[in-house]
Design a protein around this ligand. Sequence first.
Ligand code: ADP
Ligand code: ZN
Length: 795
Amino acid sequence: MIARVSLEIALRREFDYVIPPELAGQVDVGSRVQVPFGPRRILGVVTAMAEESGQANLKAIVKIIGGQTLVTPKVLQLARWIGNYYCCAPETALKSVLPEAVRGEDAGWRERLSVRRLPVTGDFPKLPKRQQAVWKIIEERGEIRLAELIELAGTTAATVRKLEDCSLIEITSEVSERDPYAREQILPSQPLVLNPSQAAALAQITRAMGETGVPRDRRETRWPDPSPGTSALAAPPANPAGSQGPRTGSRFDPKTFLLFGVTGSGKTEIYLQAIAQALEQGKGAIVLVPEIALTPQTVERFKARFSSGKLQTLVAVLHSHLSAGERHDEWHKIRQGRARIVIGARSAIFAPVEPLGLIVVDEEHEHTYKQEEAPRYNARDVAVMRGQLENAVVVLGSATPSMESYYNCRRGKFTLLEMPQRVDDQKMPLVRVVDMRQTRRDGKGPPIFSPQLKEAITQRLERKEQTILFLNRRGYSSSLLCEKCGHVCGCPNCSVALTYHRPEQVLRCHVCGHHERVPPACPNEKCKNPGIRYSGLGTQKVEEVLGKLFPAARIRRMDADVMKRKDDYRRVLGEFRAGRIDILIGTQMIAKGLHFPNVTLVGIIFADMALHLPDFRAGERTFQLLTQVSGRAGRGDVEGEVFVQAFTPFHPAIQYARRHDFVGFYEQEMEFREQLKYPPAGRAALLTLKGRNEDKVKFSAEHVKRLVAAGAPGTKSGSATTAAGSETSRAIADLIIAGPAPAPLLRAENQYRYQILLRTRAMSRLSQLLAQITTGLTLPDDVTLAVDIDPVDLG
Ligand code: ADP
Ligand code: ZN
């Protein structure tokens, strides 16, 4: 037999190897192997088996890594799809489905050596003194770990081995599993009695789980069959599969749910009960959570439910804080089928759960699900794809769904499940928007605290309640904002804020390249304020000012600068929970699902800062952030209050967040996206060219743009060039090419970056075209091109 191997070096091709007699029967599709390649030995994965090969002089596989096959057939299929769809080398895609700790040549279980006394046969040998001392301990204990013995007797392994030579003892090795949660005592939990909206949601999910295995053609289908018509091609990111059903071999209806439930509506309880259902059916489950939410408390909720009872199973955890050894062991527990539930961050979507019944993606709107290096996949979208391949049910949960997922519900691709009320019937907090244009500034820079917020903080300090102050530093001072009228300088072509480049005193649109000089005064006719320029501000400044205003308050700051270590984060939260901090100041870090019953006030300092980022998702992000942060207030018996300080208080993202009105926000935002064909109305791909020499980068970007335009004749173009259309070619008729333009961060790590933003509804065709272009492309030596399909960060 011949094994076809995909090697770790990205060559975009596979190589055949002979299976040597000593490995016969052990190599199969999905095996991780080491093979000779030129003078080197490298690692790869077997992707196919064949009787014979077209290649001559085949070499033999050297060894197998990890015993059994590591990549399951479905995961292999998933990797192929990722390579195609995200436009990366198949080797790169395949590499990402196995964690480093499992891929390595010497990845393995940790072995522990034990020493055991043997029955003495015949005469007892005469031992030197040192060995006698060792023997005495062994005689007493009967069995002891080698490491412990060496320490106790103050001896060496060599001395102990001498006893083995005399047949007095035997030294055996056994696998010792590294369990990152071994020291935690977890009390079992029982399923809760669901409230009516939870019960309704769970019923729909479990019904779909019951249906798994029913082929599409025997059931009524609600959506159109995949066809090159607009409806199918318009399928948003999650559904490249939807538009390519036949090619991916998926013969089943997607069973994807969007569980849209406010914070505290009991989504996690639904996940738990749905997982129980999967276990009942003899299947496993994968639960994805954002890295930052992967706290011991989260893991404990899952372990507590499944650590006892008749469905008892191991819960494996995969995340970046584990040691390589722990990760290896957790992964293999899954592969061996001993752990049937996996909780993890992004890459856990590739966990070898088999058979797979359910995938949960919690906080599905989170941008951390997108990997920012090749393969640039979005774990949420991969989850939907994997669900289809494995015929598993997928549940995407969020209190602030992404535009993409809600759009998919509207189009009938996903099923919407809603839980608008908190379990404890707590009212949503009262949100007050403060117009900062009315606040008098004291000193230089924009005002930080409105009188209203100051007053509210004073009250909380008197009542011994806690306050969280939130500052969104992202986007600060990258755009030009008039503090008097709130005007932000935007691009006339792209509806995104212009980026302020201080050294050259210009405003630039990073989408289309439009640029203009910094205006001497506010361009708003009614304002004309000359003080439009901005000065810097961060959490540190807020802390300083706050300390002066409230000298007696216990204030702590929590941002990436202060929280260098994981422990710092946990410690500060612990102190806050224990009531030893009155006011907590933070960035994004504190916006995520933390529950503090004594927090009755949340202040958002510059709520609209992120609105002016040069990113079409700026409004969506702000809406999500405000909603999530507001959710921090009033979880106890006291109603919460939220102050949103903004210079543009009437911006829809702020107004809809104030009213907790997601659907309202979605609808108005969708109008803007439709107009400019931004996702989810269309799909986007971002091409970034990088290099040390700006001229070369710019030139290369122009070159790539011409190639794209030539490959998709008849396209609309953001600036001048438009290639002549050809009737016969398979044009991507709706392609919009914007740029090349300097990236918002033009120069990073000594490299200049230029971007081209492509928009179309026909993403699969665009992916193909881009793959074609990138494989045949020759760029100057030090210029690189990165292709990002469905980008989430336009920076
Ligand atoms: P979410 O994940 O939507 O934020 P959770 O599942 O964490 O919500 O639920 C919030 C709180 O309500 C948790 O303490 C949970 O134990 C509790 N809870 C959830 N469902 C129920 C229920 N049916 N009955 C009583 N308490 C519940
Ligand atoms: Zn523009």
